[in-house]
Design a binder for this molecule. Sequence first.
Ligand code: IPM
Ligand code: MG
Length: 371
Amino acid sequence: MKLEIAVLSGDGIGPEVTAQAIKALEAIMHRFDHTFTFKEALVGAIAIDKTGNPLPDETLELCANMDAVLFGAIGDPKYDNNPSASIRPEQGLLRLRKELGLYANIRPVKAYETLLDKSPLKREIIEGTDISIYRELTGGIYFGKKHLNEAGTVASDLCEYSQEEIERISHLAFKAAQKRRKKLTLVDKANVLESSRLWRKVVTEIAKDYKDINVDFLFVDNAAMQMILNPSQFDVILTENMFGDIISDEASVIGGSIGLLASASVGDTCCMFEPIHGSYPQATGKGIANPIAAILSAAMLLEHFDLMDEAQAIKDGVEKALELNITTPDLNNSNPLTTEKVGDFIYDYILNPEDSNMNFENIHVGQSTII
Ligand code: IPM
Ligand code: MG
């Protein structure tokens, strides 16, 4: 298959982790004989520094014309600490999502067997957890009308949803549940919010078309608690934009590190793949950022194009790295490896998965030559 991929590596650790995702895709290209081409473009704080715009027109145009977008991370402390900045890196990402029509953000959360003891949550609580979060991405409070009075003393953000916006992501979430354990939980705040009541009404209506799916409803405060008490009860979680943002960061604790969580953002015509973590500016250039979320985002890209064996090859490489503890300091404080070494290992493993000799670990991280 030929795929043209726009690469928006962005700020902070974005470029380091995205480079590892590209490497994994290159390994797939060699092993399975595909042609992937990569074209880079600016986004985020680096784009503001170079062009004054967090999403330059060329970047948007490139993304709209490629088959997929691989995204790194955006954000810079100089904006986070300045609430009055009118141009901010995040605007680049939000506008990109909106302009490309990426209304569904899919965030898989899994407790890896080999990492069960690395999570701050107890093994018996997280064991068996396998959740797919469907977060609405182009509506709600993120995109509603914003207001600040002239004195700068009163502010508001409108949370608005239309029936159609709820319907299109709900269908995707129900279809995903059909291929999984056939359970869907709508997370909302319908005891307080009008917009949540509309979500409940629309989802209840749609559920009639998916009789095989067991649907339940959970208020977001309770959902936040259940995520820590008993996460394996969840299969597909469907929720609006901001609840999804919060719940997915919370859920990342289950896996042992936010550096493991990948995501796919899809719409009717475009698709983008990004780790859920941010730009982690303190780690920039130190080689300590976990590249696995970015690498798994590349696997999600392949799945999107129905390249299931190829995606599995990446996931196998990741699982092997975790099993052998070929990981960055967030998961490994005794003998941590660099971002690049973890990427190298996964690259090699994709190309030579059968090469499992005793010295495998050393050979694949380039620390030994031969046994
Ligand atoms: C995410 C991030 C973004 C969001 C930020 C960077 C705007 O937290 O993708 O989860 O809030 O959507
Ligand atoms: Mg977030």
